[in-house]
Design a protein. Structure first.
Length: 166
């Protein structure tokens, strides 16, 4: 128990040192609602490079329901209607979309996906770290090989939202 409390204290101290406050039970209700995508960066583990893989002005939303379901639809900047199979396939590289039930655990949530743009994600658990600062939600994924930019190797996404108008 003491080790867990010390570890939790260190995580909280690290979050505070980074300028973010850990989410407390009283803050959980602040996550519920509509969030508009502001930016989507990917950090490459191998070299630390940060890339705006969805462009400078991506579009999309995240919605967390009071019933503990989350929906994400995120699209890259400059998407155009496809006329060929190759163009339709290329559009998948600028789309992230999924839904599932979620549970909160401090400054992270885990979503159990039952729908996803990439069928490999259906049935998986996706955990995200997050901070809430005013009307901003900042999301950080764990290191993984993302289907959309697998050629980059292990990456993590740094996604920023602002509170949407419902």
């Amino acid at each position: 128990m003491r080790t867990t409390m010390v570890a939790m204290g260190m995580v909280g101290a690290a979050a505070l040192a980074a300028g973010a406050q850990p989410v407390r039970a009283a803050d959980e209700a602040r996550l519920i609602g509509l969030w508009k995508l502001v930016s989507y960066e990917v950090e490459v583990r191998e070299n630390g490079e940060r890339l705006p893989v969805m462009g400078a002005h991506p579009t999309g939303y995240a919605y967390f329901t009071p019933e503990k379901r989350v929906f994400f639809v995120l699209t890259g900047e400059g998407r155009r209607p496809a006329e060929t199979e190759a163009q339709r396939a290329a559009l998948m590289g600028t789309l992230v979309s999924y839904s599932g039930t979620f549970r909160l655990d401090g400054d992270s949530w885990t979503a159990d996906l039952d729908v996803a743009w990439d069928p490999k994600w259906v049935g998986t658990k996706q955990t995200r770290m997050f901070t809430l600062e005013g009307d901003r939600l900042r999301v950080l994924t764990p290191w993984r090989v993302m289907p959309n930019w697998a050629d980059r190797g292990e990456t993590r996404s740094i996604v920023t939202f602002e509170r949407g108008k419902e």
